[in-house]
Design a protein around this ligand. Structure first.
Ligand SMILES: [Fe+2]
Length: 159
């Protein structure tokens, strides 16, 4: 394949790895969570799970929040935001609330909560919008604005 062709997907993003061709959620969960596997293979599993979607895929992805890799956890939060499945909300809230978590992961969890647009995330985003870490406070601010924007657009649509 021509290396100049970016890897695009139905999510309109250019991803760091093409999705694995395996469509078995359990296999993909195992690969994603295997710290002995190369990060490229783990990311291929991650993007395959994003493509398959559904509750089981969200749970397989959430299991990777146990990983030691901040990069991988950040990517998990990112795809959860793209999937827009409210089943991911409690897992993302847990990452945002964990003050010992890597800032990159907490930032992406906040933005994903905004992208999912479930109002059950409102109070946690309001709690951290004044966080002393600018990357956290700014991410929460963006997420809150997005939630508000989505809500007002829904109102306009129902007029
Ligand atoms: Fe990010």
């Amino acid at each position: 394949m021509d290396s100049d062709i970016p890897i695009t997907s139905e999510f309109d993003s250019v991803d760091p790895a093409p999705p694995s061709e395996d469509r078995n959620v359990e296999n993909l969960r195992i690969t994603l969570n295997d710290s002995k596997k190369k990060m490229f293979q783990r990311m291929r599993a991650l993007f395959a799970l994003r493509g398959i979607g559904g509750t089981d895929s969200v749970e397989a992805l959430a299991a990777a929040f146990e990983s030691k890799s901040a990069l991988l956890k950040h990517e998990v939060a990112y795809v959860m935001g793209q999937m827009q499945n409210p089943h991911a909300v409690p897992f993302l809230i847990e990452r945002l609330e964990d003050v010992h978590e890597d800032l990159m992961v907490r930032h992406e969890a906040a933005e994903a909560l905004g992208a999912i647009g479930d109002r059950s995330a409102l109070s946690v985003l309001e709690k951290f919008v004044n966080d002393p870490e600018p990357v956290i406070s700014e991410s929460c601010e963006v997420a809150l604005d997005l939630l508000q924007w989505v809500a007002s657009n829904r109102l306009n649509l129902s007029d």
